[in-house]
Ligand binder design. Structure first.
Ligand SMILES: [Ca+2]
Length: 105
């Protein structure tokens, strides 16, 4: 009896849960090389930063190369005219002439 109740409960829970379905992972490259960082903790966001109609990659980095004591934000402008983004360069984002930075750690 206990087993039957457990099975019914599990089936009931499963009926109301949306199980996420993901596509296969895709490696993102810049100039043909994988976008990586030694310390990891990358925080990507896609948005049209320069308002050209193409989504750009904005990447929060745990430790930036612009200033190793702070986390920085890298901007990869999308150069593609198709639905598949192409990134060939990046720059550390700045505001008022200073690198955008947050304390890391
Ligand atoms: Ca854009």
């Amino acid at each position: 009896m206990r087993l039957a109740v457990t099975i019914v409960l599990l089936l009931g829970v499963a009926a109301f849960c949306d199980i996420p379905v993901f596509q296969d992972p895709v490696q993102i490259n810049c100039a043909g090389e994988p976008i990586t960082q030694i310390f990891g903790h990358l925080n990507p966001w896609m948005g049209d930063w320069n308002a050209d109609g193409k989504p750009d990659l904005i990447l929060g980095c745990f430790v930036g190369y612009a200033n190793s004591e702070f986390a920085n934000v890298a901007l990869y402008e999308n150069e593609s005219d198709t639905d598949i983004p192409v990134f060939n360069t990046f720059e550390w984002m700045q505001g008022d002439g200073e690198y955008i930075a947050m304390e890391a750690g």
